[in-house]
Ligand binder design. Structure first.
Ligand code: ATR
Length: 301
C-alpha cells in the first residue's frame, strides 16, 4: 500500500511559518491526497535529521532558517542554483536519495514577472541594471537571480565588507558602491530591491531619496510585514510600480509543491488574501495594488 505523500517545513523555530497554510490551501483546492506539516528541528539535531531523512516519513519539504546551509551539506545531490548559493530551501526524496534545490531566487523573479510584467525590459542606456540594498542571505539569492536574467547589479550595504565579499563571490556583474554614489546608480536603474530588514515590523525605515529613479523603474521589497513598507509607500508617492514581498514567499513555494504532489499550483489573489488574513492584515483589495492588478487579469482569463 502506498501512503499519502507528506511534506513539511523544517526549521527552528517553525511555529510562525506560513508554508503549511500555503501548501494546505493548494492541497485542498486541487483536491489532492497528502499533507504538509511543521517540523521543528533543533540546530544540534539538524545534521542527523537531514542525513537520515529517509526515516522521517516525509517525501520532502522546505528548509528555513537556520538550516539552509546544513541541508545543503547533507544532500546526496543539489541543483545548480543551490550550489551557487551554498543553501537549500527545497528537498525531495527520490529512490532513497535526498535532492536539494533553492527556489528563493526563482520565486523572486516569478513574483516580479507576475506582478510587474516586463520589469526587466526597461533598461536605460542599453544595459539593464538593478540597485540592491543589503548583503545578507536573502541578497545572495536575489543577486543570483538578477544575474541569471542578465542584469548588472549595483550593491549597497551598511557594512561595506559584507557587500565586497558578496561581489567577490559573484564576480564581474556585481559592483559595490558607497552611499555617495546612490543617486547616480538609481538614475540608470530599472529595478530597486530592498533585501534589508529595515522597515520590517517597527524597524526604522531606510533613509533614501527615490527621485533619481526613472519613471518606469520598479521598486520591490522582500519584507512583507508590513505589506506596504515605508520604501514601497515612498515609491508609490512617486508614481512608480511597486511589488511587495509576499509574492516571493508564495512563488518560491510552487516548485516544491509540484515535486511532492505532482501538480503545479497557481499563485492566485485568493491565496494572497488567505495569507494576508492570517497575518491580520486588511484584505480590502483596493488597498492592495497587486490584488487589484491580479483581479483585473483573472477576470480577463
Ligand atoms: P537575511 O539572511 O535575511 O538577508 P541578514 O544576513 O541578517 O539577513 O542580513 C540582513 C541585511 O540587512 C544586512 O545587509 C544588514 O546590513 P549589515 O550587513 O550592515 O548588518 C541589513 N540591515 C539590517 N538592518 C538595517 C538597517 N537598519 N539599515 C541598513 N541595513 C540594515
Amino acid at each position: 500500500m502506498t501512503s499519502e505523500p507528506r511534506a513539511a517545513v523544517i526549521g527552528w523555530p517553525v511555529e510562525h511559518s506560513r508554508s503549511p497554510l500555503i501548501h494546505g490551501h493548494w492541497l485542498k483546492t486541487l483536491n489532492l491526497a497528502g499533507s504538509y506539516e511543521r517540523r521543528a528541528v533543533a540546530p544540534d539535531a539538524a545534521e542527523s535529521f537531514f542525513r537520515s531523512f529517509a526515516e522521517s516519513g516525509l517525501i520532502g519539504g522546505n528548509v528555513t532558517i537556520p538550516h539552509k546551509e546544513t541541508a545543503f551539506a547533507c544532500c546526496d545531490e543539489v541543483d545548480e542554483t543551490a550550489r551557487a548559493l551554498g543553501a537549500v530551501n527545497t528537498l525531495v526524496l527520490e529512490n532513497g536519495r535526498l535532492l536539494g534545490s533553492n527556489t528563493d531566487g526563482l520565486g523572486f523573479l516569478n513574483s516580479l514577472d507576475h506582478s510587474a510584467p516586463n520589469w526587466d525590459k526597461s533598461g536605460e542606456k542599453g544595459g539593464k541594471s538593478a540597485v540592491v540594498l543589503g548583503a545578507g542571505g536573502a541578497a545572495r539569492a536575489i543577486i543570483w537571480a538578477l544575474l541569471a536574467r542578465g542584469l548588472t547589479v549595483h550593491l549597497f550595504n551598511r557594512t561595506r565588507a559584507r557587500a565586497d565579499a558578496l561581489a567577490d563571490h559573484f564576480g564581474s556583474g556585481v559592483h559595490v558602491h558607497g552611499p555617495e554614489e546612490m543617486a547616480a546608480m538609481l538614475e540608470g536603474a530599472s529595478l530597486l530591491v530592498n533585501t534589508t530588514s529595515a522597515g520590517m515590523g517597527g524597524n526604522p525605515a531606510l533613509d533614501i531619496d527615490l527621485s533619481p529613479l526613472p519613471g518606469n523603474a520598479v521598486v520591490t521589497d522582500i519584507v512583507y510585514s508590513p505589506l506596504m513598507t515605508p520604501l514601497l509607500l515612498l515609491a508609490r508617492e512617486r508614481g512608480l510600480v511597486t511589488v511587495d514581498g509576499l509574492g516571493m514567499l508564495l512563488h518560491q513555494a510552487v516548485p516544491g509543491f509540484e515535486l511532492w504532489f505532482k501538480r503545479r499550483p497557481q499563485v492566485t489573489s485568493e491565496l494572497r488574501r488567505l495569507v494576508l488574513a492570517d497575518m491580520g492584515l486588511a484584505q480590502d483589495p483596493s488597498k492592495d495594488p497587486i490584488a487589484a492588478r491580479e483581479s483585473t487579469r483573472e477576470v480577463g482569463q
